[in-house]
Write a protein that binds this ligand. Structure first.
Ligand code: ZN
Length: 245
């Protein structure tokens, strides 16, 4: 009887210890990163918005992401932004899988209104989305972000005067601003040329926003919105932004 009781006690202690070790292992594997969510407040002016993107990019470059790495407040943030959104920047960037604006600028969900397509080109859908962001969400900053090593730019350069197949022709059409230079470069499509044209394409697409949308033009002229273009470096993580002309 005594032996049986001891065996039972041993069994119960073993089960308890196994459960304790299992739980400790589980929580040891689940690492939550907590950021100070009292800051930053959503930047309200175009200048403050651009400065916040620059600060966020510096954090990313230095492997010091805070807000995009914060998993501690996921549920809280989801509840908060399920009611409404107040993004402080609209970014038109390439659909390239290596370009992730929330990481590049170290921001949380709900901070960046993102529009992406191959070559970050301006078409009707992009104009409509940006007009919505400016008129309805009151976004104070628009950035057109190209990137080094862009496959879409490379394809347009390599095609030269020849049309690209299928729907890729539309991409060529929307890159008319760099087409002439691309044709001149078609016999020596190197990395430097592609990167130079990626920057020029971002500038041309920013110009196209002003030229093709009276809504965006008026908002920029009245200084309610600042327009910038930039170039992202895949290797360093640096996103350099300039004021759009
Ligand atoms: Zn690209």
């Amino acid at each position: 009887m005594n032996l049986r009781r001891r065996a039972l006690r041993f069994f119960a202690v073993s089960v308890f210890l196994a459960a304790a070790v299992g739980l400790a292992y589980h929580y040891g594997q689940t690492v939550h990163y907590c950021a100070d969510i009292s800051a930053p407040l959503t930047p309200l002016t175009p200048e403050a918005a651009l400065n916040e993107l620059r600060r966020g990019n510096l954090r990313f470059v230095n492997s010091r992401r805070i807000y995009s790495a914060d998993t501690c407040h996921d549920a809280e943030r989801r509840r908060e932004i399920s009611k409404e959104q107040h993004p402080f920047a609209a970014i038109l960037c390439c659909a390239d899988s290596r370009i992730c604006p929330e990481f590049i600028f170290d921001q949380r969900a709900g901070s960046i209104f993102e529009i992406r397509n191959a070559g970050n080109v301006v078409d009707e859908d992009v104009l409509a989305s940006l007009e919505y962001a400016v008129e309805h969400l009151h976004v104070p900053l628009i950035v057109v972000l190209g990137h080094k090593g862009c496959g879409a730019i490379e394809a347009v350069c390599e095609a030269g005067e020849a049309p690209l197949p299928h729907h890729l022709r539309a991409l060529q059409m929307h890159m008319s601003g760099i087409r002439e230079q691309a044709v001149l470069c078609r016999h020596r499509v190197d990395r430097t040329t592609v990167d130079r044209l990626a920057e020029e394409n971002a500038r041309q697409q920013a110009l196209a926003l002003v030229q093709e949308s009276p809504v965006l033009r008026a908002a920029i002229e009245h200084k309610a919105v600042r327009l910038a273009y930039g170039l992202y470096d895949l290797e360093t993580g640096e996103a350099t932004c300039w004021n759009a002309p």
